[in-house]
Design a binder for this molecule. Structure first.
Ligand code: ATP
Ligand code: MG
Length: 447
């Protein structure tokens, strides 16, 4: 239990408990330096240990720290102690769910506005290779302008286990928003599963009740898997049609986001509202890491506003990417130089490979390639005290235009390698690097 008024990592003052989910408690917090409000999600490491995170999900969390969009809850920073993980996020107002409770159902125009914002947020994250997998009203919050903020993007990875171990119905309430292919535990496409959930959310906003409901869970599953629902008589025909394309039990024929965005009901009022939001919303300054708003860095073909914060201090994204099963204990010994570093790149993989080959040539390192260069080993020729220097480089595709590259010493002298990394490799890679994932800060104490 976090104590009110205690100071987290010397940076944030913890305030009242805002809410509690399956794995996490969310507290109000204040960034001491500026007085800015934040929300701090505290997760017990033990509780997520079982989840056994995949590399893909760890990468998604890293990438989330770089996506900045008006309708995506911003993840400012991730911090960790031996037992807990802290996600510092933008502070927002109660979930949209509470708006439903107060109003019963929403007017068509309001429902459409939230739906547009939801789809926009989902589209942006999908274009970065990040899926939500747990879209539901509890994860839709509102900012002070009444705009939607989708929270927990990429974080659901942490709670994936609840889908896998049958906890679904006991712990997290209802599977009402979950796509049939996820329930039936077939391998699924995160993008299509998110689209289904958006359809359920649209239905709930307009109807004031769930499309698939039954006190008997098996019966509820059956209804979901057959998409058996009934639209209330006030649903306009265009909405019925759109819903029938979204709530298609077959993920392969289910409508895509691109098609939803072209739908005439969806598009209504879109242009003017976007123009207005842009004008009213002066550029936001990200919290603590150096801010860069440079649209030329990303080539996402969209007219939506997208800012990308280039992190200079992503310490615990790094922690998460590096620590198998969240065993962070190894990271608290004092080693301020790591033998493994990662960077992201918006260059095509061929450009990344040829740059790495250049660097190796200049440093007189031999290159051994595997998997057409997705894996490379750079080897020195001189046998030092600790053997021949050998550096492994692995490229991961996050999306076709966004890659994560891991550079790791696999043998040889650390001091020599660190010097080469600092003085030669890092500067030489500058033109292909979008962001280095930051170094771990050492003085993190538990509160
Ligand atoms: P689940 O455990 O299934 O993810 P959940 O989304 O409700 O459910 P949490 O994400 O842990 O669980 O959030 C708990 C509650 O904290 C939310 O329902 C919401 O009321 C509040 N909350 C979450 N994020 C924020 C935020 N950024 N600003 C303000 N309140 C928040
Ligand atoms: Mg949540």
């Amino acid at each position: 239990m976090e104590k009110k008024g205690s100071i987290l990592m010397g940076k944030y003052e913890l305030g009242r408990l805002l809410g509690q989910g399956t794995f996490a408690k969310v507290y109000y917090g204040i960034l001491l330096k500026t007085g800015q409000s934040v929300a701090i999600k505290v997760i017990d490491k033990d509780k997520v240990l079982k989840a056994g995170l995949t590399n893909q999900t760890k990468r998604e969390i890293s990438v989330m720290g770089m996506v900045k969009h008006n309708n995506v809850m911003e993840l400012y920073e991730v911090m960790a102690t031996k037992t807990k993980i802290y996600f510092v996020m933008e502070y927002a107002f109660p979930p949209l769910e509470k708006v439903f409770l107060a109003k019963g159902r929403l007017k068509e125009d309001s429902a459409r506005k939230y739906f547009q914002q939801l789809i926009t947020a989902v589209d942006i994250c999908h274009s970065r290779g990040v899926y939500h997998r747990d879209l539901k009203p509890e994860n839709l919050l509102l900012d002070e302008n009444g705009d939607l903020k989708v929270s927990d993007f990429g974080l659901s990875a942490l709670t994936e286990s609840k889908h896998q171990d049958g906890l679904l119905h006991t712990v997290c309430g209802t599977p009402a928003y979950i796509a049939p292919e996820v329930i039936s535990r077939r391998g699924y496409d995160g993008s299509k599963a998110d689209i289904w959930s958006c359809g359920v959310i649209l239905f709930v906003m307009l109807a004031g009740h769930l499309p698939f409901k039954d006190s008997n869970l098996a019966e509820m599953y059956r209804k979901i898997s057959l998409a058996e629902y009934k639209c209330p008589n006030w649903f306009p025909p265009e909405v019925r049609k759109l819903l029938s394309w979204i709530l298609d039990p077959n993920p392969y024929t289910r409508i895509s986001i691109a098609k939803i965005m072209k739908n005439s009901w969806f598009r209504k009022g879109l242009k003017s509202r976007q123009a207005r939001t842009k004008a009213e919303d002066p550029e936001k300054v990200p919290l603590d890491f150096g801010s860069i708003s440079d649209s030329s860095r990303n080539n996402i073909p969209t007219d939506m506003k997208l800012e990308v914060a280039k992190p200079t201090n992503l310490n615990a994204f790094d922690i998460i990417s590096h620590s198998t099963g969240f065993d962070l204990s190894g990271l608290f010994v004092s080693n301020d130089q790591k033998d493994e570093v990662q960077f992201t790149s918006t260059k095509p993989v061929s450009a990344i490979i040829s740059k790495l080959e250049d660097v190796a040539r200049n440093l007189k390192l031999k290159v051994k390639k595997k998997d057409q260069g997705w894996f490379m080993r750079l080897e020195g020729t001189n046998k030092g005290i600790n053997g021949i220097l050998s550096i492994d480089v692995e490229i991961f595709e996050i999306t076709s235009s966004f890659h994560l590259v891991e550079v790791k010493k696999s043998s040889g002298d650390s001091v020599y390698y660190q010097k080469m990394l600092r003085q030669d490799i890092r500067p030489a890679l500058r033109e292909i690097v979008w962001a280095w994932l930051g170094e771990l800060q050492q003085d993190q104490k538990e509160i």
